[in-house]
Design a protein around this ligand. Structure first.
Ligand SMILES: NC(=O)c1ccc[n+]([C@@H]2O[C@H](COP(=O)([O-])OP(=O)(O)OC[C@H]3O[C@@H](n4cnc5c(N)ncnc54)[C@H](O)[C@@H]3O)[C@@H](O)[C@H]2O)c1
Length: 270
């Protein structure tokens, strides 16, 4: 069990969406210091005003574009100089273009991979030495069900999340082999109603509620859960992909469950 009471929690992309809701939940669970990294400066000011007034928890925000590896290193160093030691890191920020692969520019591809895949590695790399020295810590990586299933208009996003899953769980095994005291949780939710995927349609599998997802993730930290897949049906995806011939999986997952048409009317965030 990981206790949250008195801990310092860093959430990337914590100014809105499930990141903001997780921040709230960590505070309710007794976190002593909430640190948020995001590009939305106004949203972070609003978060400080909203949450800061209602809690004893210290709140710090940093303007960080996670596509900028230098900025990640600089802000991590600034925090170290300010004696802010991160106990729980939630790599949450993510972006999606929602386009066919042929419509992507090189910059679209690079930015998606930078924010969704490289940034979680760089941020973990920056705070892991402190966790290892203290022999305690928890790293939560928010991947996606899109890291388990292929989907049109999501190719680069899928690639970025498949990579996160492979890296995140390998990191977990390293931490366990060396008995470091650092836990790693990999999260693979289906669509969540935050606005990031505005316009998607899901024929069979229900779109998740943001507060429910935030609650489950904080619960997964407390119980040291290795994989959190939501909803439960997502647990079957690796099994079905493994045992069904590809064309059958296309029929079952893609067509009958409607996943391959879920992005047809994607609008996303403006
Ligand atoms: N919404 C979904 O349907 C869904 C489903 C599965 C997984 N996820 C994943 O969950 C995570 C959170 O998603 P959400 O729905 O809350 O998204 P959101 O768009 O509501 O919030 C994402 C946050 O990340 C921040 N962000 C984006 N780019 C950034 C950058 N370059 N640097 C710093 N911050 C940046 C945004 O400002 C925002 O505060 C993402 O990793 C996403 O891929 C989302």
């Amino acid at each position: 069990m990981t206790s949250i009471s008195g801990k310092t929690v860093l959430i990337t992309g914590g100014a809105s969406g499930i990141g903001k809701l997780m921040g709230r939940r960590f505070i309710e669970e007794g976190a002593a210091h909430l640190v948020v990294w995001d590009v939305q400066i106004q949203a972070m000011e609003q978060l400080e005003a909203e949450l800061g007034a209602a809690t004893q928890c210290r709140i710090s925000t940093f303007a960080v574009d996670l596509a900028d590896g230098e900025r990640i290193r600089a802000v991590a160093a600034e925090m170290e100089q300010g004696a802010i030691a991160v106990d729980i890191l939630v790599n949450n920020a993510g972006i999606v273009t929602g386009k066919m692969f042929a419509e992507h520019s090189a910059a679209d591809i690079a930015r998606t991979m930078d924010v969704n895949t490289l940034a979680p590695m760089y941020v973990a790399r920056a705070f892991l030495p402190g966790m290892l020295a203290r022999r305690s810590g928890h790293i939560v990586n928010i991947a996606s069900a899109a890291g388990l299933v292929s989907n049109p208009k999501m190719s680069v996003y899928c690639a970025s999340k498949w990579a996160v899953i492979g890296w995140s769980d390998s990191l977990r095994i390293e931490m366990e082999h060396d008995k470091t005291g650092v836990a790693v949780t990999t999260v693979t939710p289906y669509y969540i109603d935050t606005g990031m995927f505005d316009g998607v349609r899901s024929r069979v599998i229900p779109i998740l509620k943001p507060a429910y997802v935030a609650d489950r993730i904080v619960g997964a930290v407390k119980s040291n859960c290795i994989f959190l897949r939501m909803p439960w049906l997502i647990t079957l995806v690796p099994l079905l992909r493994g045992i069904l011939p590809a064309r059958w999986f296309d029929k079952v997952g893609g067509e009958w469950l409607g996943v391959y048409h879920s992005m047809d009317d994607f609008r996303g965030r403006k």
